[in-house]
Design a binder for this molecule. Structure first.
Ligand code: DQA
Length: 147
C-alpha cells in the first residue's frame, strides 16, 4: 500500500514569512515551516509536497492537479481565503479531504478576515497558533485519513 500523500499549499505573501509583519505572523520562514512539515511527515510515515503561489489561478491549478496524486490537501489560502470562490470551487470539485490553516487567529483580526469562503468545504480549520497551526493541521488531516 502506498503511503498517504498530502499537498501543502501556501497562498499569497506567505513567501515573505519571517520578514512580513512579524508581530502577527512570527519570525519563522516558509522554508522552515516546510522543513518542520517534512520532518513530521517522516514520523507520520506520509509524503508531502509543498507549493507556494501568489496567484489565484496557480492555486486552482495545483488543487486540480492533486486529483489522483494526493489523498489530502493542507491549505493556507492567505488573503484568498476571504475572497476566492474559485479556490473554494476547486476544493469542492476535486473532493479531496482538506484542512484550512492560518498562522494568525483570523477571528481576532479585522472584520473582513472573519469570513472564509473555504471553511464550509473543508474538514476543519486551525487558526491562531503560528507555525504550529500547520503541524496541528497535518496531524489532524493524517488522523482523518488514517484513523
Ligand atoms: C493568514 C490570514 C489571512 O487573513 C492573511 O491574508 C494572510 C495570512 C494567516 O495565515 O494568518 O495572508 O492566512
Amino acid at each position: 500500500m502506498s503511503p498517504i500523500s498530502i499537498l501543502v499549499l501556501h497562498g499569497p505573501n506567505l513567501n515573505l514569512l519571517g520578514q512580513r509583519e512579524p508581530g502577527i505572523y512570527g519570525t519563522v520562514t516558509l522554508e522552515n515551516i516546510n522543513q518542520q512539515l517534512h520532518s513530521l511527515a517522516g514520523k507520520l510515515k506520509c509524503e508531502i509536497e509543498c507549493h507556494q503561489s501568489n496567484h489565484e489561478g496557480n492555486l486552482v491549478d495545483a488543487i486540480q492537479g492533486a486529483l489522483g496524486r494526493h489523498d489530502g490537501i493542507l491549505i493556507n489560502a492567505a488573503a484568498y481565503t476571504h475572497t476566492s470562490v474559485a479556490i473554494r470551487d476547486a476544493l469542492t470539485a476535486v473532493d479531496i479531504p482538506a484542512v484550512e490553516v492560518h498562522l494568525s487567529n483570523i477571528y481576532r483580526r479585522e472584520d473582513f478576515r472573519h469570513h472564509s469562503y473555504i471553511a464550509p468545504v473543508v474538514i476543519g480549520q486551525v487558526s491562531g497558533f503560528g507555525a504550529q497551526s500547520y503541524i496541528l493541521a497535518l496531524q489532524a488531516l493524517v488522523n482523518h485519513l488514517q484513523p
